[in-house]
Write a protein that binds this ligand. Structure first.
Ligand SMILES: NC(=O)c1ccc[n+]([C@@H]2O[C@H](COP(=O)([O-])OP(=O)(O)OC[C@H]3O[C@@H](n4cnc5c(N)ncnc54)[C@H](O)[C@@H]3O)[C@@H](O)[C@H]2O)c1
Ligand SMILES: [Zn+2]
Length: 337
């Protein structure tokens, strides 16, 4: 299956299918120097499968984990591109999850003012969300994604076969972001999560197609793209409050969404779906601490925070909330009807 992201001169194809990784030449010109960027958690067999199709490649591998999405790794990757004498006509291929994609994309965006970038996402989270849209970035200190660029890939190759090595917890983690897309935009996608067995490929196709449509309408996140932050305002704060390595990002998004689902019957259905995905329960929290994290997350001063709410399945509203309104939401808690 092929989708096309239509962004004028920055348009690109998304190929989705089993074994798509076995035949990358269809979409990528490999007759040039290729920097393959990956991390230590991506099984070697996937990297080899890619590397064997690139006659003139080198592989750059950094330590897995969000803490690698930093300036030091970024600098080291750029230095290695220089050492390998990468030219403006050469290309970067990312093979890994969102960390690899965000970091490699930023390397490609800035090396010689921008070279070709290809993304081969290998986690569900990156296959349903981060690989499309061109947001590339690194973290600085406690600020996530604070330095980066918009740099669209030249093509994205999504191959569900690579998910066979991904842990169940990581699979569920990505599925929460897909479920999010269903809640705000597409009842049918949400209903896939209510079936006895999950059709992962169908979920990936539908989610990434929705992401494509949102990005096409708002490439630089000036308006519509904000809806993808559903569940993230409180979710991020819970994530930061718990400290790294407690919850995964998607798990925190699953928690954050509960605060803004306005229809009690829908919330029941969502909680049922969460059981199947083994979503962790929202931990006890101190309201003021969470509010402080939300303020920190906003990065800029300003009285209000944009929140995304779901009044009914497949619908969203955007609203500006004052600190007092957020406090009220937090005091009410995630499970109240
Ligand atoms: N650019 C965007 O629009 C966007 C959107 C959402 C999230 N993100 C970013 O994505 C990152 C999170 O991405 P993630 O959830 O993919 O995490 P991740 O990249 O850290 O991957 C999770 C773990 O799985 C391992 N892994 C990857 N592929 C594997 C495979 N096929 N088999 C076994 N293990 C595998 C990785 O090595 C890593 O340890 C965050 O940094 C977040 O900010 C970006
Ligand atoms: Zn997210």
């Amino acid at each position: 299956m092929k989708l096309q992201v239509n962004l004028g001169a920055n348009s690109y194809p998304i190929t989705i299918g089993y074994n798509a990784l076995n035949n990358i030449k269809e979409t990528i010109n490999v007759n040039r120097k290729i920097a393959i960027i990956t991390d230590t958690g991506v099984p070697k067999k996937w990297v080899d499968l890619l590397a064997n199709q690139c006659p003139n490649h080198f592989v750059l591998t950094f330590e897995q984990g969000e803490q690698s999405k930093c300036f030091d790794t970024y600098k080291s990757l750029l230095e290695q591109c220089i050492e390998h004498k990468m030219s403006r006509k050469d290309a970067v291929i990312a093979i890994g999850g969102g960390v690899v994609g965000d970091l490699s994309g930023f390397v490609a965006a800035s090396y010689m003012r921008g070279i070709d970038f290809y993304n081969i996402p290998t986690t569900i989270l990156s296959q349903v969300d981060s690989s499309v849209g061109g947001k590339v970035a690194i973290d600085m200190g406690t600020y996530k994604n604070i330095v980066g660029a918009f740099w669209q890939p030249k093509a994205v190759i999504i191959d569900p076969q690579v998910l066979s090595t991904l842990s169940i917890r990581q699979q569920h983690n990505g599925l929460f972001e897909a479920l999010k897309m269903g809640l705000i935009l597409d009842a049918e996608l949400f209903e896939y999560f209510e079936q006895d067995t999950l059709d992962i490929e169908k979920i990936i196709q539908k989610s990434i197609d929705l992401k494509r449509q949102v990005v096409e309408q708002d490439e630089k996140e000036s308006s519509l793209r904000k809806i993808l932050n559903f569940g993230h305002t409180i979710g991020h704060a819970i994530e930061s409050n718990a400290g790294l390595n407690t919850y995964l990002h998607g798990e925190c998004v699953s928690m954050g969404m509960l605060f803004f689902i306005e229809d009690p019957a829908l919330k029941e259905r969502v909680l049922k779906a969460y059981e199947k995905l083994e979503a962790p329960k929202v931990p006890d929290y101190d309201v003021q601490t969470i509010l402080d994290f939300i303020a920190h997350d906003k990065k800029t001063a300003g009285a209000t925070t944009t929140v995304v709410k779901v009044p009914s399945l497949g619908k969203y509203t955007l609203e500006e909330y004052t600190v007092d309104q957020l406090r009220e939401v937090l005091e009410r808690g995630p499970y109240e009807k």
